[in-house]
Write a protein that binds this ligand. Structure first.
Ligand code: NAP
Length: 245
């Protein structure tokens, strides 16, 4: 039986690269998206061309009902679920904390923290019943170290790390593994606002002297869902070129 994975926010960026990484290895992939239907369908098409199986699943994971429906759709369409990748997320423009509005703060936490809670809560009963499952959450190097003018994002991503560690302890006895990936600067739409000079400065700050590609993070996510990491849980894996050690 092929293995099955649901990846939230898989229409673009890291999530899309992760979907391809699983699909190319024969996994059946649920490609969740919010607005980018065409891109989600293109990701599914690329997976099918590589010989895999994929279905697009629309759903706003920041809403409890839609996150639950997204998980249920994946379970029925894929015929089960072996892994869940909680990747969907947004960032705010860089700004002083004193300029962050209530709506920006709540919107960020809804997408980056509530979304993980809702999708994990919906998927866990299934994982517990089958006494197996792997969950990967997406935090950030800012969640590890904190970033000036990124206080809200750092706080949300710090919550993701604590969530991951606590859940790993809670569900370990059910043979469910929960790990977290913390990307550094990865070239996706999320960083499209950065100027060439900004990107060059970030490259120079990075010990490996390059910026990350979505596929760099995708391979780490894949490893943490694969049987090769069967004894790894509750861990926080930086994929950042050495920017945060
Ligand atoms: P991205 O290119 O902006 O893509 C974000 C994805 O999340 C899109 O597929 C988007 O769907 C989806 N999404 C957003 N809100 C959603 C919601 N409420 N429900 C369902 N899907 C939603 O972002 P990325 O750079 O790949 O980032 C992926 C994850 O890595 C995020 O959690 C981000 O915080 C984290 N991260 C990224 C970096 C980086 O440098 N890029 C660094 C550290 C951490 P639509 O396309 O349909 O809108």
């Amino acid at each position: 039986m092929p293995q099955t994975v649901l990846i939230t926010g898989a229409s673009r960026g890291i999530g899309a690269a992760a979907a391809l990484a699983f699909g190319r290895r024969g996994w059946q992939v649920g490609v969740n998206y919010l607005h980018s239907r065409r891109q989600a369908e293109e990701v599914c098409q690329a997976i099918r061309q590589a010989g895999g199986t994929a279905i697009p699943i629309q759903g706003d994971v920041s809403r409890s009902d839609e996150a639950g429906r997204t998980v249920e759709t994946a379970l029925s369409a894929l015929g089960g679920l072996d892994a869940l990748v909680c990747n969907a997320g947004i960032a705010l423009p860089q700004m002083l904390l004193t300029d962050v509005t209530d709506d920006q703060w709540r919107g960020l936490f809804a997408a980056d923290v509530d979304g993980i809670f809702y999708t994990c809560r919906a998927a866990l009963p299934h994982f517990v019943r089958q006494k197996a499952g792997a969950v990967v959450t997406l935090s950030s190097m800012w969640g590890q170290t904190g970033g000036s003018c990124e206080v809200a994002y750092s706080a949300a991503k710090g919550a993701v790390i604590a969530f991951t560690k606590a859940l790993a302890k809670e569900v370990g006895p059910s043979h469910i593994r929960v790990n977290c990936v913390c990307p550094g600067v990865i070239q996706t739409d999320m960083n499209a606002h950065l100027s060439p000079d900004d990107l060059e400065a970030l490259r120079q700050e990075t010990p490996l002297e390059c910026l990350g590609e979505p596929s760099d993070v995708a391979e780490a996510i894949y490893y943490l869902c694969s049987p090769q990491s069967r004894f790894v849980t509750g861990q926080v894996l930086g994929v950042n070129g050495g920017m945060v050690i």
